[in-house]
Structure formats: C-alpha cells, structure tokens
Design a protein around this ligand. Structure first.
Ligand SMILES: [Zn+2]
Length: 496
C-alpha cells in the first residue's frame, strides 16, 4: 500500500476504543469471562483477546466488570432531559437508555417528540410509550373526569394505534392519577387491543398499590387477556401491611399466565419506600375523616413511616416524619396530616408537599428483585426527595448483589440489559456482542454502591467510572464529558 492510500485509510477509519482486561458480563446471563472489547463508531466490533492497535484509546478494565449499558424501564427524564441533556444522575448509574412516556403521560404526537430529541441531542437513548391520560385529554378535552363514551373510546383507540405505529412501545396508564382513574376496564381493554394490534404492549401504574393491589393486578391481567397483548406492571410494590407477604402469589400468577400465552412482566426500584403526596393515604379523598387517617397511617406501618420530603408552608417540618412532628408539636399524628393537606390545598397548592413512605416489606421486595420476570427502574424525579432517582442501579449491584446475595451479578446485569432489550424490542442492544451498539458500563464490583439518601437524594454513586453511549464516552474515568450521543429508539418489531 502506497503512503497516500495508507493515510487515506487511516483518516477514513473511525477511531477505536479498546476496553482491555476486564471481566465481561455480556448481559445474556452467561458467566463472566476475561476478554477485551473493541468499539468503533457506535458499534462493538470485536470481543476476544485483542491486541492494541496504534493510536487506539485504551480503557484499562483490569479487576473491573464490563457490562452492557443499563436500561431504565420506567423513567421520568422526559420531565427535564431536553433542558438538561447531559443527565448526569442517570449516566453515573450506568444507565444508557431510559424508557419514558410513563404513568399515562407522554408527549403527543410521538413523532414530534422523537424529532425534538434527535434535534436537541441528549446523553441517553430514549424509547417511549404513548400515555393514556395524554390521549384521553386529547380526545375528551378538559371534561375528562368521567367515563368516556363509545365514540370517544373509538377515537382514542385510533390515536393509540397511530402512535404505536409511529414507534411507541405501547400504551402506558396511570390509574391512580387524573384523568386515568376515571377510565373503566372496558376502555382499557379497547385501547390495549389497539396498541396490541399494532405490535405494542400495555404498561400500567395500576389503580392501587396497597390494600387492593391484588385486585389491581387482576385488572391488568384482564386487560392483557382480553386486549390480546403483553403487559407490564410499573414499579411493582405491595404498599400496605395488610397485604405484605403476597409477592410469591403475584409471581406465581405471572408465571402461570405465561403458560397460557399471556406474557406479564414488571419493573421495580430497590427501595421499601415510595414517594408521592400525603393525599394518597386517603384514596376516597375524605380528608376530614379522622378514622380514615388512622387506618391510612396504620396500613403503612404508623406515623414514623411517613417522612415529609417537601413542605412549602413550613420548611422546618421538611425531612421529619409525621411521628416526629407530632411529638415535637404535641399535636396528634392525624391532626398533623390534616393540617398538611389544608395548608397545601386550593390556591396554596403551589407551595406543595410530598412524602416518602416506608410501606413495603423487605421480604416482598427481595422476591421481586430476584424474579426473572422483573426488570429495574428508577421512577425518579429530578429535585424529588426519593433517592431512587440517583441510586437505583448501583444499589442493586452494591446492596442486593454484593452485600445481601439476593441475586447473582450475572443475573442482575441480565435484568438490567438483555431482558428489557428483548421485552421492548431494542434490536442490537443489551448485550456485549460484535455488531451490537456500544452502550457499555465499566464498574468495580467490589465498591459499586449508591450514595443517595432521602437527606441527599441526588448524591452520586461510587464505583462506576466509565460509561459509553453509542460508542462515545459520556463518563470518562469518573468525569462527565457532557457529550450527548443518545439515539431515539423506535419500536420496529412486534412485542409480545
Ligand atoms: Zn408511576
């Protein structure tokens, strides 16, 4: 080869990165083995015992694990990603793909949203559902706090079908929220059928996550069966002491549904507490009823299980439990709850409140975390009080794998990568294989750990120092590079 031709080849070849000497856990569930990984452009081009090429960037991964980038199956980054495209709290957890449009809320139309992300450039890969509440408001306008008419259901179904056709993964619902909670099962079956016909699935923040969680799961199974589509339970939890211990029952139902051809999966975040408004303790919204408050507090384990994460009217109450506030003020716990509701009602609502409630049992959560049918999510809010936003994925690796042996590292990685990639039809992602997109995370299995707490909910984790999205280092030796190589992932295959 003459010198002119040689320099042409060198100039035209895309630069490569060699991730050398790490323990590769390829995402399929196979055991780790020590091999090198070469990345060129946005693709993994070789896996094996590789020799460094001249001029090649080398990441020394000796003693570290090299895994596919993590997929956050239930993310709310659509709330801020366009204004904060670097997404450092996600990147630092090893998340390379976020699944948005959750809980019934999405951008409409999805085609426009995909164009926005492609034009803006963001650090994460993005895939999205179409939101049921969004479509409901589109068709029913502001008068959506009622049952839909048959004609409205037909129009909603048409829009859902179109959005799934345009690349949505399926339809998401948020049945504890407005306007989703005004729908009935028949409406959801009809919309599920429309999503399924076009290759999508049904994902749901169900009608209830505490005392009536089993009935809510039954409704989801009904929608999957009668709508002829697969379904996923969002952030699965058993949030009431009255139904603790039911995880095995739920998991065996999911298993037997699969034998009957209905594929039900779930996602979970690794904390025994949830974050919402204090109002969800009273589903009937009879906030004046003291008996209901007593029962509501008892079901979550008592007033010391309810921590006020944010509270506009009196910042000195922020970070304290209802029990602590009660003891400090001499007011009974129910009166404290009622005072919080009235001080944040109507025009004062803007000042707001949010609570972090420890209402799940470790035994149930462990079963969900270990289940082969359950993937992981953050469900976090930027600026929220819940550490799941910045800690979920490293917490699985540090606490549930290394410290408590609830599942193996290989299985945890599979549930963060190839499992959601298969479930959601992400082709050529979720595994370390030649030809796959180079979404890669390099971490230290001996030190990886979440650091976020309710007091410091955005504290970054430790032990994850290198993250690539589509072959570009977004985290380089612990430093966020502020690069934005994320791609839009549209649904292109029929999901089951
Ligand atoms: Zn939700």
């Amino acid at each position: 080869m003459g010198p002119i031709l040689l320099s042409f080849v060198l100039l035209s070849a895309k630069p490569t990165i060699l991730i050398a000497g790490g323990d590769v856990i390829d995402g399929t569930g196979s055991r780790r083995h020590m091999v090198d990984v070469r990345v060129q452009g946005d693709t993994i081009v070789a896996v094996g015992h590789l020799r460094r090429q001249p001029g090649e960037r080398v990441i020394n991964a000796k003693g570290l694990v090299v895994a596919p980038g993590f997929i956050d199956a239930h993310s709310h980054v659509d709330g801020w990603l366009l204004s904060d495209p670097v997404a450092e709290s996600q990147i630092r957890q090893g998340i390379t793909t976020s699944v948005i449009g959750q809980d019934g809320g999405s951008h409409y139309p999805i085609r426009e949203m995909f164009a926005q992300y492609a034009a803006r450039h963001v650090a994460l890969n993005i895939a999205s559902y179409v939101g049921h509440g969004t479509i409901r408001s589109k068709v029913m306008g502001r008068k959506n706090k009622r049952l839909a008419t048959p004609d409205e259901v037909r129009r909603m179904a048409n829009l859902v079908g179109k959005e799934v056709e345009d690349g949505a993964l399926g339809i998401s619902t948020g049945l504890e929220y407005e306007p989703g909670r005004f729908s009935n099962t028949a409406e959801l079956v009809a919309l599920g059928r429309a999503a399924g016909r076009h290759g999508g699935i049904y994902i749901s923040h169900m009608r209830n996550e505490d005392n009536e969680v089993l009935q809510a799961i039954d409704e989801l199974f009904t929608i999957a069966r009668e709508g002829h589509l697969g379904a996923q339970i969002s952030h699965i939890k058993i949030g009431s002491a009255r139904v603790w211990g039911k995880a095995p029952e739920i998991l065996s139902k999911m298993k037997s549904a699969e034998k009957n051809g209905i594929y039900i999966t779930a996602d979970v975040y690794p904390y025994t507490y949830w974050q919402s408004t204090i109002r969800v303790l009273i589903p009937t919204q009879d906030y004046g009823d003291k008996k209901l408050w007593e029962q509501g507090l008892k079901d979550v384990g008592g007033p010391d299980h309810v921590l006020l994460g944010n509270y506009g009217p009196d910042p000195t109450w922020k970070g304290k439990t209802i029990g602590e506030i009660s003891r400090a003020t001499g007011k009974d716990p129910v009166s404290v709850c009622q005072e919080i509701v009235s001080a944040t009602s109507g025009s004062k609502k803007a000042e707001g409140e949010s609570v972090v409630v420890t209402a799940m049992s470790d035994a149930d959560l462990d079963k969900f975390i270990a289940s082969p049918r359950i993937m992981f999510c953050t469900d976090g809010q930027k600026g929220g009080a819940h550490p799941r936003y910045a800690g979920s994925f490293p917490r699985i690796l540090g606490v549930y794998v290394r410290q408590r042996h609830v599942l193996t590292l290989e299985e945890a990685i599979r549930k963060m990568t190839s499992f959601p990639a298969h479930r959601l039809g992400f082709l050529h992602r979720g595994a370390i294989k030649p030809g796959f997109k180079a979404d890669i995370v390099v971490f230290d299995p001996k030190s990886v750990l979440d650091k976020a707490t309710t007091k410091d909910p955005e504290a970054p984790p430790v032990g994850i120092d290198d993250v690539l999205v589509n072959g570009v280092l977004v985290l380089d030796n612990g430093v966020a590079t502020r690069k934005t190589p994320g791609q839009v992932i549209k649904r292109t295959v029929r999901l089951r």
